[in-house]
Design a protein around this ligand. Structure first.
Ligand SMILES: NC(=O)c1ccc[n+]([C@@H]2O[C@H](COP(=O)([O-])OP(=O)(O)OC[C@H]3O[C@@H](n4cnc5c(N)ncnc54)[C@H](O)[C@@H]3O)[C@@H](O)[C@H]2O)c1
Length: 340
């Protein structure tokens, strides 16, 4: 069944590129979601991505208790396209027109391949573009609050497993030391965790040395013996094969779309590995965008909403146990119940 409320697909009049906006649901409020500028084999692949990602945004907002719906924009680039400065500007003016045509039902932010500067260009054509540069009234980097929410999730997950949230001397493996993973690794080191880290970028070894963390190669990281595994790179880490080889007690991290398919949640549950659903853990970014940028709320309010992700997870784990479901199935059911 087609589950989306509205999908716009048009050719940008300046750039000639397809602009796709998928609004999955506005049941809880206007729909929010980033704009992805990425290379795809064809525009239909970009459309498929927009449909999938917009539904995930609906679940993420619902799970975080936010009164916003889910959407996503995708601007699919033909393979090997390099955008010069002028064409890039044309793309985001076109994008601004597409957003404006939706009358505020879709509030646009950053995603993979787009920057605060791109949103500022779109802002010339629409008042519904957010995540602007700080110099233009934006609220800055969202990954700080994503890291706050992910750290609260790791503590809540460990508390559920071990009866204490203390991570002192716990073995924690962080995969990906980028904007969120780097911040998380610092917090974990401060909390006294025994850190193992990895990244495909060898330049991130400097951070590992600074934190006194052990460095392993990316292929080895998922199977290093650990109390908590923290996926903080790209999605798709957890295939059925990887899930059967893991050597950890729990998994809680900010990476999007960690499961290669839904059945992996069952494999993890059968192995008694507690998996914190990613769309619950990583809601700090959308909390940043909606509370600070859209609603003009305070940092204290946004920070406590991000910390509250830990409490939400604890409730979720209890619900999952009480109903004999995986945390993933329980999270999906709870989010869908809020929407319908
Ligand atoms: N930034 C946010 O606020 C936010 C919000 C919600 C979700 N997320 C998700 O969190 C994850 C990290 O986001 P980010 O903003 O830190 O991205 P980033 O691009 O800053 O960092 C990703 C890091 O992962 C590394 N990496 C990529 N592939 C890897 C691999 N196979 N093995 C090891 N390292 C690898 C990269 O070199 C990079 O250092 C992403 O999945 C993102 O979708 C981020």
């Amino acid at each position: 069944m087609f589950a989306h409320e509205h999908v716009t697909l048009r050719t940008g009049e300046r750039s000639g590129l397809p602009i796709i906006v998928a609004i999955h649901s506005t049941a809880l409020g206007d729909a929010v979601g980033g704009c992805r500028l990425w290379s795809y084999p064809g525009w239909r692949d970009g459309l498929a991505d927009a449909l999938r990602l917009s539904e995930a945004m609906t679940l993420k907002c619902a799970a975080a208790g936010l009164d916003f719906g889910g959407a996503k924009a995708v601007i699919p680039l033909p393979p090997d396209t390099v955008l010069g400065r002028r064409r890039r500007e044309a793309v985001f003016l076109d994008f601004g027109d597409a957003v404006q045509s939706l009358g505020g039902r879709y509030r646009a932010g950053e995603d993979v391949g787009t920057t605060a500067e791109d949103l500022w260009v779109a802002r010339q054509r629409t008042q519904w573009a957010y995540c602007l540069p700080e110099g233009h009234g934006g609220s800055g980097e969202p990954s700080e609050l994503t890291a706050v929410g992910a750290f609260a999730s790791i503590e809540a997950t460990w508390r559920h497993v071990a009866g204490t949230a203390s991570l002192a001397r716990r073995r924690v493996t962080v995969i990906g030391l980028g904007q969120v993973g780097g911040r998380l690794a610092r917090r974990l080191a401060d909390a006294g965790a025994e850190l193992t880290v990895t990244d495909i970028d060898p330049g991130r070894r400097l951070l590992a040395e600074e934190l006194g963390a052990k460095w392993v190669e990316p292929e080895a990281a998922p199977t290093v013996p650990a109390d908590v595994l923290v996926p903080a790179a790209l999605g798709g880490l957890l295939s059925r094969d990887v899930a059967t080889r893991l050597n950890c007690t729990a998994i809680a991290g900010p990476a999007n779309n960690q499961l290669q398919d839904d059945s992996v949640a069952e494999v993890l549950a059968a192995r008694e590995i507690l998996w914190a659903p990613d769309f619950v853990v990583n809601a700090g970014g959308v909390i940043h965008g909606t509370i600070l940028d859209i609603r003009g709320g305070t940092w204290t309010e946004a920070h406590s909403a991000a910390r509250a992700i830990g409490t939400r997870l604890t409730e979720l784990y209890r619900l999952a146990e009480a109903t004999g479901r995986t945390p993933y199935a329980a999270a999906l059911a709870a989010a869908r119940q809020r929407i319908h």
